[in-house]
Design a protein around this ligand. Structure first.
Ligand code: AMP
Length: 119
């Protein structure tokens, strides 16, 4: 069923507590944890606890949870004190765009200059 945990999904395993993560925020619907391979001084992933393959699928099925993810991304930026200098929220979507984990997630990146356009 849509949104149900997937046995072969890394981020579902983190939600379940089967794989450890450095959790920085948690709500009823979302989890935020540090990326294991940070691309900026501050690099946190915000995920819905429910499994959807990407951000668009999440927004189509559960728009309120998609909004929760975005709100939490803003809270992470505030907690990380990167709000004033600016930060980036990235949803890589599809393998061609660099998506490697097919459970929706927002990258929250900050703490350094961020080029535009991104690579
Ligand atoms: P993406 O490439 O956009 O799908 O992003 C997946 C992200 O998950 C990458 O930035 C990885 O470094 C990160 N990642 C992979 N495994 C873990 C893990 N066990 N804990 C935290 N982050 C992870």
């Amino acid at each position: 069923m849509a949104g149900e945990p997937q046995a072969d999904c890394l981020f579902c395993k983190i939600v379940a507590g089967d794989i450890p993560a450095t959790v920085v925020r948690e709500t009823a619907t979302t989890l935020a944890f540090r990326d294991v391979n940070p691309q900026a001084p501050s690099h946190v992933l915000v995920i819905p606890k429910a499994h959807y393959p990407d951000a668009a699928a999440l927004a189509a099925a559960e728009p309120a949870v998609a909004a929760d993810v975005l709100r939490e991304a803003g809270q992470v930026a505030a907690d990380e004190k990167v709000e004033d200098d600016g930060y980036r929220i990235v949803f890589n979507t599809g393998a061609g765009a660099g998506q490697t984990v097919f459970h929706a997630h927002a990258h929250v990146l900050g703490g350094r200059g961020l080029q535009w356009p991104p690579g």
